[in-house]
Design a protein. Structure first.
Ligand code: GSH
Length: 212
């Protein structure tokens, strides 16, 4: 089901790629997937990716970059199943927690993965996660904003698909006492779209990346 040709340009261990794959899987659309080597970016890729980053989703002949923009476009192109709340205030909440994930959690999580300033980044990530745990307590239901899986959940799932790797790297106690977050993580990992979007050898790919 797709009236567009979709081609997602990816890198194995990239959480931002995974966000968009989850949305594509939820929408049930066909797409082609290619992997590139970020240490040796092909010329054709640099031509279509202004920041030299993945994901890029080619929609017919138009390359779209930035995972959040890609995901909102997919929501507009394929409205079913709906992944954004209808009400503008709840929609803004979803967008705000997406920005929070990118701005507050992803930085320290990435630096921890490559073991840069481990203590400092563990503390930053932990305090960012505590705030999410608190917020989840305000929204009863299986997912971030309730019982419907949405774009905000597609953005939080890659944190949990990387948890096995984080544990192997010695950072596994970060969820200690954060029961809302732990339950949320389990619910996300059970979601078929999250399982389908996960790169097959993700833990190995993350560990290999972390070793440089
Ligand atoms: N804000 C971007 C971030 C994408 C991003 O940082 N991708 C990383 C891989 S996970 C990348 O392509 N890095 C290559 C580089 O910066 O040279 C998004 O949401 O799409």
């Amino acid at each position: 089901m797709s009236d567009h040709d979709l081609h997602l340009i990816s890198f194995e261990s990239c959480p931002y790629v995974e966000r968009s794959r989850i949305v594509l899987e939820e929408k049930g659309v066909d797409y082609d997937l290619s992997f590139i080597d970020l240490d040796d970016k092909p010329e054709w890729f640099l031509e279509i990716s202004p920041r030299g980053k993945v994901p890029v989703l080619e929609v017919d002949d138009t390359p779209i970059f930035e995972s959040s923009v890609i995901n909102e476009m997919l929501e507009e192109l394929y409205p079913e199943p709906a992944m954004f709340p209808q009400d503008p205030v709840s929609r803004a909440e979803a967008r705000a927690w997406i920005v929070y994930n990118s701005d507050v959690l992803m930085g320290p999580a990435y630096l921890l993965m490559i073991d840069k300033n481990a203590d400092e980044n563990r503390e930053s990530l932990r305090s960012g996660l505590e705030r999410v745990d608190q917020e989840l307590g305000e929204h009863p239901g299986r997912y971030f904003l309730g019982d419907d899986f949405g774009l905000v959940d597609a953005v939080y799932a890659p944190l949990f698909t990387r948890w096995e790797a984080m544990t192997k790297l010695g950072h596994g106690d970060l969820l200690d006492g954060l029961d809302e977050l732990r339950d949320y993580g389990h619910a996300l990992l059970e979601r078929p779209s999250v399982q389908a979007a996960r790169y097959d050898d993700l833990t190995e790919a993350v560990l290999a990346y972390s070793e440089g």
